[in-house]
Write a protein of this length. Structure first.
Length: 79
């Protein structure tokens, strides 16, 4: 696996969406490549920050209820 392949799979790796074989390949490359390992650390930290910032507060109940009502009123999504 080269750097391009590794970086292309990085988010899928972080989201645990790779096959077992792909996980082994990405981990192996990260162990051997400082540049990609740095990218991994940055992206992992970035996703943690986004997750933490986006889950601290939920939308107000009134807003959620209005959105649900609009979605129901608009009918099923187009096929």
């Amino acid at each position: 696996m080269d750097c391009g392949d590794c970086l292309e799979r990085l988010y899928a790796f972080l989201d645990q969406e790779l096959t077992a074989a792909e996980v082994v390949q990405v981990k192996g490359h990260l162990d051997d490549c400082g540049g990609c390992a740095d990218s991994f650390v940055f992206e992992e930290h970035f996703l943690t920050q986004v997750r933490d910032c986006c889950t601290e507060e939920g939308a107000p109940v009134e807003l959620r209820e209005r959105i649900i009502l609009r979605l129901r009123a608009s009918g099923p999504p187009p096929a």
